[in-house]
Design a protein around this ligand. Structure first.
Ligand SMILES: Nc1nc2c(ncn2[C@@H]2O[C@H](COP(=O)(O)OP(=O)(O)O)[C@@H](O)[C@H]2O)c(=O)[nH]1
Ligand SMILES: [Mg+2]
Length: 373
């Protein structure tokens, strides 16, 4: 994809108690060759009971370690994390989940900083997560990046966590969702999730949030070249950011342009008309209005049942995608399939058989083995 930009989440702050790093250097594909949980070298390993109790009490240190467990690819950690999650599940689902997307530089992180601070002032507890499918590549520099969330990261009411390094897209999605659930169990009632980079992160985040906003810059005409219509179709609100100073007039024009474009696009949420709004993350204008829009959205969709329906759909989609991922792993990890693979690939490349025939053949081999075993 031409516009797939790799960008590190610069909001990840170093030297801050609110920002917890995950496990480094582990990929989903390295199961069996495990880098042990580094934390365990230094700290006492917490029992399942201790984690469940700590998270449910809102202990951030323990929450952070629970998330580290979720992010680990060590099968033992995975099982422990799943047992913990299972027990905490009754405490999840109560938060409002908000996704924030937009091209790098649109002001997503700055918006989260201002918006998050405003919500903390109102008495909310905010968890900020990022989803970055490329994070296994960019991980090394995450903590060295400049911050856009300096004040939020120092607040007791806020918890900021960088994107998990998933290795695979499915890995990032699972870890992000389970991290979100852990945060909910710890009592965070608003979850803000930033997409990092442009590409697959939008779909992952849309599939885990209730409300999805697209942050854009002035000059809709130019901007639209970079924003795929598909992303506009996912948005419940379009926020024209940087509506401040000399840019304000242009921002108003841009808002109008987006309003006109939206008319031709199918709304992301049944019964909810997507609109474009003005905001300045820097000057903190338009943010209370934006929060009000989200509240109205929540009330409206709750009443119509769309809110619950979306959440149920998300759960089933999540389950289905995990089945896909699981079958994929079993299939490609199968020794019999692997044994025949080079020969079949060769045949495809030679033009002896078509890719479709190759797949039929491989699935047959796989099937026979299943039934036989
Ligand atoms: N003037 C102005 N600048 C902003 C605003 N929001 C963000 N910026 C600036 O835009 C740049 C990119 O912001 P950032 O939050 O990192 O964007 P992200 O890549 O979408 O997360 C930074 O230099 C910010 O200071 C705003 O509302 N007004
Ligand atoms: Mg950012």
């Amino acid at each position: 994809m031409a516009n797939y930009t790799t960008s590190t989440p610069e909001w990840a702050v170093s030297n801050s108690s609110a920002v917890m790093s995950g496990i480094e250097g582990i990929k989903d594909t390295t199961v069996g060759n495990i880098n042990p949980n580094r934390v365990a070298h230094r700290k006492k390993v917490l029992t399942e009971d201790e984690i469940v109790e700590g998270v449910s009490k809102g202990d951030r240190m323990i929450l952070s370690r629970a998330i580290t467990l979720i992010e680990s690819n060590n099968p033992k950690h995975f099982e422990k994390a799943q047992r913990v999650l299972q027990r905490l599940l009754p405490l999840t689902g109560k938060a409002l989940r908000v996704g924030i997307t937009g091209v790098p530089g649109a002001g997503k992180s700055t918006l989260i900083e201002s918006f998050g601070n405003m919500l903390c002032d109102e008495g909310h507890k905010i968890a900020v997560l990022a989803v970055d499918p490329t994070s296994s590549i960019t991980r090394g520099s995450i903590l060295g990046d400049k911050t856009r969330m300096g004040t939020l990261s120092r607040r007791e009411e806020a918890f900021i966590r960088p994107s998990p390094a998933g290795g695979t897209l499915g890995g990032v999605a699972r870890k992000s969702r389970e991290t979100m659930l852990m945060c909910e169990a710890a009592g965070y009632d608003v979850i803000l999730i930033e997409t990092v980079g442009v590409g697959q992160s939008e779909t992952i985040v849309r599939s885990m949030v209730d409300f999805f906003m697209l942050v854009v810059l002035t000059g809709a005409g130019d901007d639209l070249q970079g924003i795929k219509k598909g992303i506009m179709e996912l948005a419940d609100a379009i926020v024209v950011n940087k509506a401040d100073g000399d840019n304000l007039v242009k921002a108003k024009v841009t808002r109008g342009e987006y309003e006109r474009m939206i008319e031709f696009i199918r709304p992301a949420t049944e019964g909810w008309p997507t609109h474009a709004y003005l905001a300045s993350a820097a000057e903190k204008t338009g943010l209370p209005e934006l929060w009000k829009v989200i509240q109205v959205f929540k009330n409206l969709t709750t009443e119509s049942g769309v809110f619950r329906k979306r959440r149920e759909g998300q759960l089933l989609d999540w389950m289905n995608s995990m089945i896909d991922e699981h079958l994929h792993t079993i299939f490609f990890g199968d020794p019999v399939v692997n044994g025949r693979m080079p020969e079949i690939k060769e045949a495809v490349l030679n033009g002896t058989i078509s890719p479709t025939q190759a797949v039929t053949e491989l699935v047959k081999i796989f099937d026979i083995k299943r039934i036989g075993g």
